[in-house]
Write a protein that binds this ligand. Structure first.
Ligand code: HEM
Length: 519
């Protein structure tokens, strides 16, 4: 003002507010109207027609199951592998849709994309794990040395643990039924304890014993760390686009303090167990790692510091427990809805396993159970635990021929790809375990690409625990179906989905179970 008019001028508060509002409105107009239309580098990519400035291509700000809309967008927007879509407040997102763009995203350029910074910071804050901040080289080193423990041959050696836990779970349910034969069984409660115990035992040779003692300290602490997703999370995610939300993670809120205390407790328990494993490994004469827990195999590589292993155990616990338990719940749901499939599976199990389940060596038997494999694979296809995975470009890169600047949000959707008719055929939307039967089908389900089934992701950053999860699921389902006839008490409402990023039933499965006689 001085330069222009040669005098001083003091703005009134009102004028400052008007100026500030003017700047904000112009900024919002640029990002919400002008940028998507004229300036985005993705303006030539196919985009769904209907878009609102506030809710993007979705009918509301935070829809309950966003993946259903994403699937619909992918099915109705002609594209060559990339679609540009808009989320709340015109947030721009790229969706990879065909095998070539998915391969580029998850395999060729896997290390150009990572979790959003706020997610990584939250994981670090609440689990103490630094794994999200490893350099690409260190990530590859960890992964390479962790892989042997998760590879199929080693998982086969661990299967007896999963089988014993599955039988223990079934035994606990039988006990409840003995005391009340009419009891309606809350399956989530049992399977959640069984999968937690499994990770403790197979992960670090330590039985958390939550099946025997449902209310023990460890489970209590673990429940505090795993948060149910609410709309608050969505708001924080949305606002983090415009404001620095890191302070929020440090606020002295009661809830945050509880999470921290609980995760410290879990880290201490894991730390002590890992020290014991290390001592045992150093003092043991035998160097045989066959059938040893995952931490022991990892320790033997000599690559990991103890604190790294604690980080890994925290990741197994958070990534592997609820996901596997949820797959089990959906298996029970489908078995209850399809009694003839349930009977077919039971006949296969009874024939292969006989009457004395405790005497079964499940690992070698698994190959005689093609229908069990088919049924569980179909559940994993139709009910991906994470139907959408969101990543952010960590650097300027290219995707399927398009320039992708650092910071661009890119998603892949297991829900969409797992149901893609171009990959799975015209019955892609139908629950049909038979697609996994027949020569060469057990691993592919007859899909025409290696990138057709994304429930565990794909490429070098996919789920390291997928064979662990499958083996656990097979054991739990086999023990249940061989022992009980399963009917759902809440069949009409069990399919209702929870709000959040995971495909999980609101109520869980409540079952009426009848003990069956075995041959
Ligand atoms: C049905 C059960 C499971 C499902 C559906 C599942 C799915 C996934 C998915 C979609 C990812 C993300 C991949 C990506 O970022 O693109 C992932 C990552 C991961 N999962 Fe699983 N998972 C399951 C069970 C397990 C189990 C049992 C464990 C370990 C015992 C485990 C350990 C991990 C780890 C460590 C990661 C992070 C991988 C990394 O960033 O290197 N998961 N999982």
């Amino acid at each position: 003002y001085q330069a222009y008019y040669g005098g001083y001028y003091t703005a009134s508060l009102f004028q400052l507010i008007v100026l500030e509002v003017g700047v904000l409105v112009s900024w919002a107009c640029y990002w919400m109207i002008l940028y998507p239309r004229y300036f985005t580098p993705f303006r030539n990519l196919p985009t769904p027609q209907k878009r609102s400035i506030l809710t993007g291509n979705f009918p509301e700000l935070f829809p309950n199951q966003p993946w259903e809309y994403v699937r619909n967008i992918a099915e109705t927007t002609p594209n060559d592998g990339l679609i540009r879509l808009y989320s709340a407040l015109s947030g721009e997102v790229l969706l990879v849709t065909n095998p070539s763009s998915i391969k580029d995203f998850l395999a060729a350029k896997a290390f150009d994309f990572g979790h959003q910074e706020l997610v990584q910071l939250a994981i670090k804050r609440f689990t103490g794990s630094n794994l999200g901040f490893l350099s690409t080289e260190d990530f590859k080193l960890h992964r390479k040395n962790m892989l042997p423990a998760f590879a199929v041959p080693h998982i086969k050696q661990l299967t007896h643990i999963f089988w014993d836990k599955a039988l223990e779970m079934v035994g606990c349910i039988e006990d409840e039924l003995k005391s009340n034969p009419q009891a309606v069984i809350e399956l989530r409660e049992y399977v959640s304890r069984a999968t937690l115990d499994n990770i403790g035992l197979a992960g670090m040779g330590y039985d958390f014993q939550t099946l025997k003692q449902p209310d023990n300290e460890l489970r209590h602490r673990f429940r505090k760390v795993i948060l149910d997703q609410t709309k608050v999370f969505s708001w924080v995610g949305l606002l983090s686009r415009y404001l620095d939300m890191r302070l929020l993670l440090k606020m002295p809120l009661k809830k945050l303090r509880e999470i921290l205390e609980s995760s410290n407790y879990l880290r201490n328990v894991s730390g002590r167990v890992i020290q014991e494993r290390k001592y045992k490994l150093q003092t043991s004469e035998s160097k045989d790692l066959v059938g040893k827990d995952i931490v022991t195999v990892a320790l033997a590589s000599g690559v990991f510091q103890e604190s790294h292993l604690v980080d890994h155990v925290m990741t197994f616990l958070t990534a592997g427990h609820e996901s596997t338990a949820t797959a089990f719940e959906w298996t029970m749901y489908e078995l209850a809805r399809q009694p003839e499939m349930q009977q077919r599976l039971r006949a296969e199990l009874h024939e292969a396993l006989g009457s004395d389940l405790a005497a079964v060596d499940f690992g070698p038997q698994a190959q005689n159970l093609p229908y069990l494999n088919a049924f569980c694979s179909e559940v994993l296809r139709c009910y991906p635990f994470s139907p959408i995975i969101v990543k952010t470009a960590q650097r300027n890169t290219m995707l399927n021929g398009a320039r992708v600047p650092k910071g661009t949000v890119v998603i892949y959707s297991a829900e969409t790809t797992n149901h893609d008719k171009n990959l799975w055929g015209p019955d892609a939307h139908v629950f049909n375990p038979n697609r996994w039967l027949g020569p060469g089908m057990a691993k592919t389900g007859g899909a025409t690409s290696n990138y057709a089934m994304l429930s565990f992701g794909a490429g070098p950053r996919n789920c390291i625990g997928q064979d662990f999860a499958r083996a656990t699921l097979h054991c739990l389902v086999a023990a249940m179906v061989a022992t009980f006839e399963i009917e759902l008490a809440n069949a009409d409402t069990a399919g209702r989905l929870k709000f959040g990023q995971t495909k999980k039933s609101v109520e869980g499965m409540w079952a009426r179970l009848k003990i069956v006689s075995r041959p």
